[in-house]
Design a protein around this ligand. Sequence first.
Ligand SMILES: Nc1nc2c(ncn2[C@@H]2O[C@H](COP(=O)(O)OP(=O)(O)OP(=O)(O)O)[C@@H](O)[C@H]2O)c(=O)[nH]1
Ligand SMILES: [Mg+2]
Length: 248
Amino acid sequence: MRKVNVYFVGTAGSGKTHLLAAFSEWLDFHKIDHITVNLDPGSENMPYSPDVDVREYFTLNDVMLEYGVGPNGAQILCADLLGAEIDEIKEEIDYYDVPYVLIDTPGQMELFTLRRSSEIIIKVLGDSVSVFLFDPVISKTPDGFISTTFLMASSIFRLKIPHIPVLSKCDLLGKKEIERIESWSDPDKLYVELGSGVERELFQVVRDAGFLQKPIPVSAKEGYGMEDIYDKIQEIFYGGEDMERILY
Ligand SMILES: Nc1nc2c(ncn2[C@@H]2O[C@H](COP(=O)(O)OP(=O)(O)OP(=O)(O)O)[C@@H](O)[C@H]2O)c(=O)[nH]1
Ligand SMILES: [Mg+2]
């Protein structure tokens, strides 16, 4: 069976783990077969029980103790260890004959997107798509929205897989705030809200490269937006969409 790997990627605390759990529940409810994979060795108090878990290979605490490093050094070592363990993790994943593999990535997105192990993981696991989370607190100002768009662009640049932008934790935003953020996928609407100087110059970069997109509003807490994510994944892998267009 063809497997589609869905990576949940975003800045620390943007809601990756809870969104994965909510999406998994939605798939369960619709009887769509899938498994969950945790690639965050520092994860604690998770809202789902992963079918495959990197913590069975190593944890952040193990690595801190074994190598005598602090939490940041250990995070980097863990990110690199992940690449070394990927063949075994793939064997575990392949044990399940399911169409969707939901993958939780480490807290700080750069540990996944900027380290070479992510390239290895994506190459080994095959068909991949990233659900990229826009943190609502950061993304509700025009400069925060553009900054997050740059982070997504960097993730696209490194991972070279389609990205589905989502605006997470929308239950924390008012209806007007969500509409305002959505309106920024129209460059003219975003432009008029910007300050001068560097803001406008960086705006032109994301606009000209075609990175401005309307993020899908979702809430893991209230469980909405899941169908839109699923439809987008379907469109990418089964809808004959032009991949270039979805990447950018
Ligand atoms: N209100 C609200 N809170 C949420 C939602 N999703 C997650 N949270 C909260 O946001 C915090 C971070 O959520 P996580 O899912 O752990 O985020 P993460 O990106 O996996 O975090 P790290 O892996 O630690 O970087 C937690 O306190 C969650 O309870 C949501 O949809 N609505
Ligand atoms: Mg997490």
